[in-house]
Ligand binder design. Structure first.
Ligand code: 1GP
Length: 264
């Protein structure tokens, strides 16, 4: 996709968000890959090109923690090697780059600390304004997944119990009523258990805004089940970092085929 960012200070065009909505309409469900700037990938450029050739729908870049200085380099490399949206999925105010197409403007609704609900967002806003990056208002909702994940620990969240879809529905409705544009249901990177399909299905009966689901998704079959339950965007991270290089292309293609097969 071409850049065409609004000039600093102009209201966001909503271009990337509209692209996502159009693609959801066209494809049914979308597949995004999470790039963790802290995980060394000597051949990130090649990885991004391979994923783009396999028709992945976009890339998120971010991490709960940021231990390396690679963040901006990752964003630039991704932008250089794909025409798909490159969107920041920030763990903190230190993850903002003017080279990205957009930023998920996350509020961690399950956090018990206002710092992660509105504090970091307040500090980030003037920078986002100055850079003219498109902010996409996103409710970040953590679901209990068997162990304390980095996302839960860092954001000081009280994750929603796996057997309480009603609570997940209530949070999601609140996000929609607050005018948020996306809901991100997170089990946490490397989670033992991914978000239950029952929770995805329950939320989709109540809210209209797109639903992103990520954390602990281990294979294309699982992704397809989530897509059929109503997930609009499926995200994987670890699974593609943990396999030999020669298997990456095949696995990305399998995820793309499975997720795109579910035209609603
Ligand atoms: C995206 O945090 C996830 O929401 C990524 O999780 O690394 O377990 O795929 P995995």
């Amino acid at each position: 996709m071409s850049s065409g960012k609004p000039k600093p200070g102009e209201p966001s065009s909503g271009k990337v968000y509209n692209h996502i909505l159009n693609e959801i309409n066209r494809r049914g469900s979308l597949y995004f890959i999470l790039i963790d700037p802290d995980k060394p990938n000597s051949n990130l450029a090649k990885f991004i090109r391979t994923a783009t050739d396999c028709e992945v729908d976009g890339f998120f870049i971010g991490s709960s923690l940021l231990l390396s200085e690679n963040f901006e380099k990752c964003v630039k490399t991704a932008k250089k090697n794909t025409d798909k949206p490159v969107i920041i999925f920030p763990g903190s105010i230190y993850q903002i780059s003017k080279y990205a197409d957009a930023i998920l403007f996350l509020s961690v609704l399950t956090s018990t600390n206002t710092e992660y609900i509105i504090g970091q967002q307040t500090l980030a806003s003037p920078i986002i304004f100055k850079y003219g990056i498109e902010p996409i208002s996103t409710a970040y909702i953590l679901i209990e997944s068997g162990k304390t994940t980095s996302a839960t620990f860092i954001s000081q969240s009280k994750p929603i119990p796996r057997d309480k879809p009603d609570i997940a529905i209530a949070y999601s409705l609140a996000a929609q009523y607050l005018g948020m544009k996306l809901i991100y249901l997170e089990a946490g990177s490397g989670a033992d258990n991914s978000v239950p399909v029952e929770i995805i299905r329950a939320i989709k009966n109540f809210v209209q805004i797109p639903l992103i689901v990520g954390g602990g998704i281990k294979n294309p079959e699982m992704a397809l089940k989530m897509s059929k339950a109503g997930a609009d965007i499926i995200v994987t991270g670890n699974i593609l970092e943990d396999i030999p290089e020669q298997k990456i292309k095949g696995l990305i293609s399998e995820f793309v085929t499975a997720i795109h097969s579910n035209k609603k």
